[in-house]
Write a protein that binds this ligand. Sequence first.
Ligand SMILES: Cc1cc2nc3c(=O)[nH]c(=O)nc-3n(C[C@H](O)[C@H](O)[C@H](O)COP(=O)(O)OP(=O)(O)OC[C@H]3O[C@@H](n4cnc5c(N)ncnc54)[C@H](O)[C@@H]3O)c2cc1C
Length: 469
Amino acid sequence: MIVDLRDRLHALLGPAGLIEDADTIAPRLRDHRGRYVGRSRFVIRPANTEQLAAAMTLLYEEGVPMVPQGGNTGLVGGATPHETGDEVLILTDRMRSIRAVDPAGDTITVEAGCPLAEVQAAAEAVDRLYPVSLASEGSCTIGGNLSTNAGGVQVLRYGNTREQVLGLEVVLPDGRVWHGLRALRKDNTGYDLKQLFVGAEGTLGVITAAVLRLHPRPRGRAVAFCAVAGVAAAVTLLERLRGVAGETLTAFELVPELGLGFVLAHMPGRRRPLGTVSPWYVLAEVASQGEDQRDVMEAALAAAIEDGLVQDATIAASEAQAQALWALREDMSDAQRPEGASLKHDVSIPVPLIARFVEVASAAVHARDPGVRICCFGHVGDGNLHFNLSQPVGIPAADFMARTGEFAQLVHDIVHAHHGSISAEHGLGRLKVEEITRYHDQVERDLKHRIKTALDPKGLMNPGKVVKQ
Ligand SMILES: Cc1cc2nc3c(=O)[nH]c(=O)nc-3n(C[C@H](O)[C@H](O)[C@H](O)COP(=O)(O)OP(=O)(O)OC[C@H]3O[C@@H](n4cnc5c(N)ncnc54)[C@H](O)[C@@H]3O)c2cc1C
């Protein structure tokens, strides 16, 4: 029977559509953080939507579970097959063309396997901006971005991937194709089906193509690094900057002294940007079509310094300096690695409650273990914090990792009490599928379950991810 299915897939997809070389398959069976290593019955690489639809029709008839995978940069194990080895892994990397770029309509139509960086470059080539920007942009794909509703550093101004999508083409679990590839900004024809697939992490079907919004390219930017006394001051500064810069405030990132110290210690070539050492800093960016970004930033910061909200600040005098300031923030994830084990909590909190959350959660963590080093940073402008815990100095990393569940529950209970979310950007995947049931009530769980069952009655699409089956 297995041989039969293999031959039938081979007949549908051709030799390039079925990967059988163990060395090529191996990295696809392991998630980015090495937390999960799965097995798969077959690994397929369809060349186009028609091939994928034919293969999925066959797999559905045979009752074979399927796992879609794009760039495999996801951080919650969503793209990794289970250890059982009964799932077929579907790679989208041959479906990667840019079908159309339309500067007049400000849209781009791309296939799901297209890497994010290529979409950004295609937009730039017609003097437009595709604003989703992640550190993984060279490898992650549009299909993966849509399926995880990826965020990144410009959500404050442009929104998540969800806000960029106008239309989708999707192969449903039974192999039928939904042709929703519309480029309309207005389409009030009932339920917004495309949004069901955004953030679904491959549990409702395989996205094969998308129409995405493009935006005007900012002509310039002003990037500032400011020392602030505390998180509450940072949130007040956000309010002030927003009041002055409005929509041109494109990023507002919180940086802790601990994390900055990690970057300076471990990332070659990085330099402390200010003479003042403070427990917290803010990296803010104003970008617009005009030429006055620096004036806007200077005026806002001068007022904030006068009011005692900001202790010290620098505004980049060149693009190179702007990049150097951004590097301090972007290096923060990598700089935690040499410090040993790190327990990561990708959470979001309503902005007015952020300062209180950081205070309460930090106190609770230190009450449990005063040696834990809290490296809390992130996209404060949109309420997203990476509340990461670096291990106490001098203990074995494995001892700290063994406390993952204990600290996750501690932190996530406090997130929940502050009306936040236990997954701001990365999704639920396999990592948080159990845990989310603690925080969603019966009605929400029931609605999600019904959506899953309605679109995937046999439960074959990426089982065991997002929704408990
Ligand atoms: C260094 C680094 C930085 C990161 N920074 C950010 C960040 O700032 N913000 C953020 O949000 N994320 C970030 N991520 C996480 C990750 O890059 C994103 O989740 C990204 O959107 C995943 O895209 P991918 O193509 O790699 O998807 P994969 O990892 O391959 O898959 C992710 C999920 O989507 C599903 N999927 C993939 N393709 C399809 C498809 N075509 N149809 C249906 N389902 C599909 C998979 O089954 C899986 O559940 C980062 C990751 C790394 C490694």
